[in-house]
Design a protein around this ligand. Structure first.
Ligand SMILES: *[C@@H]1O[C@H](CO)[C@@H](O)[C@H](O)[C@H]1NC(C)=O
Ligand SMILES: *[C@@H]1O[C@H](CO)[C@@H](O)[C@H](O)[C@H]1NC(C)=O
Ligand SMILES: *[C@@H]1O[C@H](CO)[C@@H](O)[C@H](O)[C@H]1NC(C)=O
Ligand SMILES: *[C@@H]1O[C@H](CO)[C@@H](O)[C@H](O)[C@H]1NC(C)=O
Ligand SMILES: *[C@@H]1O[C@H](CO)[C@@H](O)[C@H](O)[C@H]1NC(C)=O
Ligand SMILES: *[C@@H]1O[C@H](CO)[C@@H](O)[C@H](O)[C@H]1NC(C)=O
Length: 313
């Protein structure tokens, strides 16, 4: 008995919850079903429609509209004939006459955007009935060229080389990321973009002022949508300074070696001559024999140290 009054609100709650779930499910499906097609600039791409003609049926019983941005008619068929075609798509489009796939070749960056395929059947009733209506979004990308790195030395000193490093790449779409890595560390660029419009290929240039104190490796990467092209360059510290550690020339080495050899020879000869000459004077007048021996052995060293004194004797 107590349960009865509570029953109606519970039922209403369940209904509301059910509706909410239904709406959520629809939204979710809507996102999941939103078709996307990717293509590279210049390639052939097929945009799928939402209906396939049964083998018993004919294109003559259909009207098919391929339109872009909900306004422009790219291509339209009625009773088996092409009734309309956008000038921009002239000679670049074809429609499959069984499943209405729209083929575009070569694809252009301007072709980016949502396309809507609307199919009407004519025989089923007086008024044409919409069989299906679906949107497919085309994403056209273009690869960037391999980056070109140039380094111009702006100032050079013994300690460092200042340079302007430029990295450029062109012809890509959409707007890419450009990264610079200097010895494993990313650098902050001064990046400039050039694109004629938001729907034409981009050229990109990154400029960096660097102060290099030793040779460093530099890598520049440009890319969008997961496709990246990289170039590496070794930035050399160009050093034109004459530093004392520079090895002397062969002439200097030979000359100095000859001088040293002659000097050593002269000293040896002088030492030998003087030791004989001086010993005859120094050894005998000494008191003890032992000291005299010591004196004798020391004399050549004394002579070597003071050649001017002994030569005057
Ligand atoms: C439509 O037909 C063409 C060729 O017959 C085929 O390549 C394409 O995959 C078909 N598309 C769909 C959505 O069935
Ligand atoms: C399409 O092709 C025809 C014949 O090949 C040519 O005469 C015409 O100029 C082309 N139209 C466009 C818009 O390129
Ligand atoms: C790189 O840039 C330099 C200077 O702008 C140019 O001379 C050279 O041809 C370019 N190289 C390539 C592969 O584009
Ligand atoms: C450079 O980066 C690589 C990979 O991220 C790492 O293994 C390496 O140790 C790094 N070297 C230096 C000098 O930081
Ligand atoms: C970036 O370049 C612009 C003009 O080329 C200049 O005015 C600006 O100071 C530069 N910024 C840096 C961080 O180098
Ligand atoms: C580069 O380094 C030199 C010496 O290390 C310094 O005198 C100069 O100001 C630096 N230049 C820049 C642009 O940082």
């Amino acid at each position: 008995m107590a349960c009865l009054p509570a029953a109606p609100p519970a039922r209403a709650l369940r209904r509301w919850l059910g509706l909410g779930l239904f709406v959520l499910l629809c939204l979710h499906l809507g996102y999941a079903l939103e078709k996307k097609v990717k293509s590279k600039l210049g390639e052939k791409v097929g945009l799928p429609c939402c209906h396939e003609i049964e083998s018993s049926d004919s294109l003559h019983n259909y009207r098919v509209y391929w339109q872009k941005n909900t306004m422009e008619v790219v291509l339209a068929y009625a009773e088996g004939k092409e009734i309309s075609k956008d000038k921009r798509y002239m000679n670049r489009t074809e429609m499959d006459d069984r499943n209405f796939t729209l083929w575009i070749s070569p694809v252009e960056i301007l072709d980016n955007g949502p396309y809507q395929c609307v199919v009407q059947h004519l025989r089923s009733s007086q008024n044409p009935s919409v069989v299906c209506d679906e949107t497919v979004t085309l994403f056209v990308t273009a690869d960037f060229s391999k980056p070109n790195i140039t380094a111009n030395v702006s100032r050079n000193s013994c300690e460092s080389t200042e340079m302007v490093v430029r990295c450029s790449s062109y012809g890509g779409f959409p707007k890419p990321e450009i990264t610079g890595i200097l010895n494993n560390e990313s650098v902050v660029w001064n990046v400039s973009w050039v694109s004629e419009s938001s729907l034409s290929p981009y050229s990109v240039t990154g400029i960096l002022h660097l102060n290099v104190t030793k040779d460093v490796s530099f890598t520049c990467s440009v890319g969008s949508n997961g496709f990246t092209k990289s170039t590496s360059l070794l930035l050399k510290k160009t050093n034109d300074c004459v530093v004392p550690t520079v090895p002397p020339s062969y002439n200097v080495i030979t000359a100095s070696s000859i001088i040293i050899i002659i000097f050593l020879l002269a000293i040896t000869l002088a030492a030998r001559y003087l030791s004989r000459h001086v010993c005859s004077h120094c050894c005998k007048p000494q008191d003890s024999v032992e000291e005299g021996v010591k004196e004798c052995t020391k004399t050549p060293m004394n002579v070597r140290r003071h050649p001017s004194e002994t030569s005057s004797v």
